[in-house]
Design a protein around this ligand. Structure first.
Ligand SMILES: Cc1ncc(COP(=O)(O)O)c(C=O)c1O
Length: 388
């Protein structure tokens, strides 16, 4: 059976060049980067070279970047590590469309006595800057706003958000797990104090992430042990994955612009095609969006059923965040846009990557319209509308 992958926002395959770069670090350069012997020193050199590469891609100093086990860990460290190290107002503001790892970290902090403000977004998923400023005026210690949303792809004006936060002396964190390596990021120019990234969304290995922490900010570690990663993340460094992360970044540096252009064209074609289906809509921002994330909704359709039928035809898409796909709760991101639970349940995310072709979209369009029609025929919602 033909198999087509449209779930690049969930994860990407490892680029063969990344795998080649990683391989020697399992069996030949296997020293512990903390050991002073020659094996350890080789590992240490590769660790620091990798740090320079990843830091360079976001324009921070290598000493401002620590490697973590994932973006989830980096987000937990950003919020909780900041809170544990802060002497300021016990108040954090996060947007309503954060990834669960930020939302749940904030909710956990709420149980520890922190006040949490959830910042609203408009119907396209853009942060309400007026509400942000109201919150900043009230006194808040940290603002966390996702750079590009993982379900709808909407890209926030982070430079402006950072600027506003700094006007009020507030620290600004952004989760850039979806945007890092896909669109340009410059933490200095964008007024960012803490930034989360990972490797597996950019053709690197799973299980490795990074947190940028601006020089003058003090955060507390969540993992205590040896003094790894400038004392902020104890654990023997995962050198093969870190080297793989750096190789993925190096490739993005060379190929990001050209690939973004290709994926943007494919996405435009995809959107044009899908919107020919009756009563279909695009969720998220029409233009201020990552080139690879397209989220559609189809009236009178159950997205889970659509997903399963597409899967039977070898088409892998998703209904939203891969992390919450086991839950049947409607997506908090789509609800935050003001969609009804019914509209949310009729949504489908088609996320593209560098191995997609126009033929993949042609195949999707052979299957999707007839599947939508089939589901509408048996949909009680659609029948109810007809009977009205
Ligand atoms: C925006 C965002 N933040 C965080 C994560 C978590 O990344 P990781 O799988 O590295 O923990 C993801 C990935 O699903 C994501 O899309």
């Amino acid at each position: 059976m033909k198999r087509v992958y449209f779930d690049y926002a969930a994860t990407t395959p490892v680029d063969p060049r990344v795998l080649t770069a990683m391989t020697p670090y399992f069996t030949r350069v296997y020293g512990n980067a903390s050991s002073i012997n020659v094996f350890g020193q080789e590992a240490k050199t590769s660790l620091e070279d990798s740090r320079k590469t990843v830091a360079g891609m976001m324009n921070c100093e290598p000493e401002e970047l620590i490697f973590t086990g994932s973006a989830t860990e980096a987000n937990n460290l950003a919020l909780k590590g900041f809170a544990f190290g802060s002497r300021k107002e016990k108040h954090i503001a996060v947007s309503t469309i954060e990834h669960d790892c930020v939302l749940n970290s904030a909710k956990w902090l709420e149980k520890q006595g922190w006040r949490i403000t959830f910042l609203p977004v408009d119907k396209h998923g853009l942060l309400d800057l007026g509400e942000l400023e109201n919150t900043l005026r009230k006194g808040v210690a940290l603002v966390s706003v996702i750079h590009a949303n993982n379900e709808i792809g909407t890209v926030q004006p982070v430079k402006k958000i950072g600027e506003l936060s700094h006007e009020y002396g507030v620290v600004f964190h952004t989760d850039a797990a979806q945007s890092f390596g896909k669109i340009p990021i410059d933490v200095k120019d964008m007024n960012i104090d803490l930034l989360t990234a990972n490797a597996h969304k950019i053709y690197g290995p799973k299980g490795v992430g990074a947190l940028f922490i601006t020089k003058h900010l003090k955060i507390e570690p969540l993992l205590h042990g040896g003094g790894h990663e400038f004392g902020l993340r104890a654990s023997t460094e995962n050198i093969p994955s870190i080297v793989g992360f750096a190789k993925a970044v190096e490739l993005r540096r060379e190929e990001m612009v050209i690939e973004a252009k290709k994926i943007d064209q494919l996405s435009k074609h995809l959107v044009e095609e899908v919107l020919t289906i009756e009563k279909s809509h695009l969720n998220g921002h029409p233009t201020q969006r990552l080139p690879n994330i397209n989220n559609f909704r189809f009236a009178y359709i159950e997205g889970e059923a659509l997903l399963l039928l597409l899967n039977e035809e070898g088409i892998a898409a998703s209904t939203g965040s891969a992390c919450s796909s086991k839950s049947l709760e409607p997506s908090h991101v789509l609800l935050a846009l003001g969609l009804t639970p019914e509209e949310v349940h009729g949504s489908l995310r088609v996320s593209l990557g560098k191995y997609n072709t126009k033929d993949d979209i042609t195949y999707l369009m052979e299957v999707l319209p007839k599947t939508v029609e089939k589901l509408r025929k048996i949909s009680p919602l659609s029948n109810r509308k007809k009977g009205e």
